[in-house]
Design a protein around this ligand. Structure first.
Ligand code: NGQ
Ligand code: ZN
Length: 451
């Protein structure tokens, strides 16, 4: 058994205080005093759980900043998507591996210790499967392993171009699967499950998959599905098209035709009616909010306060990776609400730290959304935590009551000094143990992608 003495430890559930954190050889948190302690006991100042990144498309990290040139007055999510598709067409398993490794290093340095990878670059650009068919998924698993990040791989089912049932465009060909082929693909990936690797299922969106097919996949995989994720109601046009095709809004349709529960993570869920907001909250499903991407794409604002008031669960994701930082996601989650409502401290309904309320929400949703034993530092959970930089001016004079608000709201210097995953320190002095190696391979991959 190994231990560390934290002067302050927020375990994801209750406010901090000093704690001796103990973990076993499997990297699982155990009761302090559960066994003999080997070696000196190191100390740490401010400790909090590592944060789960609930939504990532790793390849998009390489186009951050490359889709910002104005084309016309009509620039929107939909024109961005065409740029993204052109870019997506260039990736191979090698470039995906290099980009994802750098991304996952950045996630750990920023305080994310697990990622839900919403993966749809399955095949070669012409739609033909790689040999093996899991080549791209394997590259993502390898990247996470190299970086030391826990991963929930979510193979995405993507079958059509819109609610009207139109076929995939040529740019979407590499995303597609027939239902039978997808079931075999998911089954093959499930063989990789371990405490560091989970496998779930993503349905790209109700645009891309009919609800009857979702039901078919769920029935076929039974207890073996793992966590279930779906993009939903991100853009007004998606809501309008769903209403036109089915007379139902997207969330309304998912709830009525499929049913949702705590296994589900609804990504974005931006445009909701009050009935839909209440239905998601009551179901126990998680909403994955990606505020920096949602701002970048001009999506709109999630009704956070109504959802929190209804007892809804949420966490954050970095999605397109225009930013890779839980601090920035949480900060903009709160700031979006402030800008819209003209009031402050929107994420909490009770007096006290705003950041603590948001970090509690992230901790509480992490295990269900990732399917991994992560989120809090309760006994039996993975030993995944962050040590903040006590020397940083932004934390000087910090006390238990304000340290989490300072972490989320103060300044721009990264405050994560160490990141630990499964009881192993992967970030020390603010830098990942791979040093420059990942960045060098990333630079080479970017040259290949632009060639
Ligand atoms: C994606 N990203 O799959 O990468 C999507 C864009 C779509 C976001 N929605 C494509 N942020 O939704 O059709
Ligand atoms: Zn997405």
């Amino acid at each position: 058994m190994r231990v560390i003495d934290a002067a302050f430890c927020f375990d994801g559930r209750s406010p901090g205080g000093p704690r001796r954190l103990a973990w076993d050889a499997q990297g699982v948190v155990v009761p302090a005093g559960a066994g003999p302690v080997s070696g000196d006991v190191p100390t740490a100042s401010w400790v909090l759980p590592g944060i789960a990144n609930l939504h990532s498309h790793a390849f998009q990290r390489a186009m951050a900043g490359l889709a910002e040139a104005a084309g016309s007055d009509e620039d929107s999510f939909w024109t961005w998507r065409e740029t993204m598709y052109r870019f997506a067409g260039r990736f191979s398993p090698d470039t995906v591996r290099a980009v994802a490794t750098q991304l996952y290093v950045e996630m750990l340095e920023a305080g994310f210790t697990s990622v839900c990878e919403f993966h749809y670059l399955h095949h070669a650009p012409d739609g033909r499967p790689y040999a093996p068919a899991t080549a791209m998924a394997d590259a993502l698993f390898e990247a996470a392993e190299t970086a030391g990040l826990r991963i929930t791989l979510l193979p995405v089912l993507y079958q059509r171009g819109g609610f009207d049932g139109r076929a995939l465009s040529s740019r979407q060909a590499r995303f597609g699967h027939g239902t039978e082929a997808f079931l075999r693909f998911h089954e093959a990936l499930c063989a990789h499950r371990s405490p560091m690797r989970q496998v779930g299922i993503a349905f790209h969106s109700l645009r891309a998959v009919d609800t009857a097919v979702i039901r078919e996949v769920l029935a076929a995989r039974g207890d073996a599905t793992g966590p279930l994720h779906v993009h939903i109601a991100e853009q007004p046009a998606e809501v309008e098209d769903c209403l036109a095709a089915h007379g139902q809004r997207p969330v309304e349709r998912l709830v009525a035709e499929v049913g949702i529960d705590a296994r589900w993570t609804l990504v974005h869920a931006t445009h909701l009616s009050p009935v839909e907001t209440a239905a998601i909250a009551a179901s126990g499903a998680t909403v994955a909010l990606c505020p920096t991407t949602e701002a970048n794409l001009g999506d709109g604002l999630f009704p956070l306060r109504e959802f929190v008031a209804a007892g809804g669960r949420y966490g954050v994701g970095s999605d397109s990776h225009v930013s890779v930082s839980p601090v920035e996601e949480l900060r903009w989650l709160e700031y979006g609400q402030r800008l819209a409502e003209g009031r402050r401290t929107r994420a909490t309904l009770v007096p006290g730290s705003t950041a603590e309320a948001m970090l509690r929400a992230c901790a509480a949703s992490a295990a269900a959304s990732t399917g991994l034993r992560v989120g809090t530092l309760a006994e039996g959970q993975g030993a995944d935590w962050l040590v903040l930089d006590a020397q940083a001016p932004a934390l000087s004079g910090a006390i238990d009551a304000d340290v989490l608000d300072r972490f989320v709201f103060a300044g721009n210097r990264p405050l994560v000094r160490e990141a630990w995953v499964a009881g192993r320190r992967v970030v020390a002095e603010g830098r990942h143990r791979l040093g420059e190696a990942a960045a060098e391979r990333y630079a080479a991959a970017l040259r290949a992608l632009r060639a």
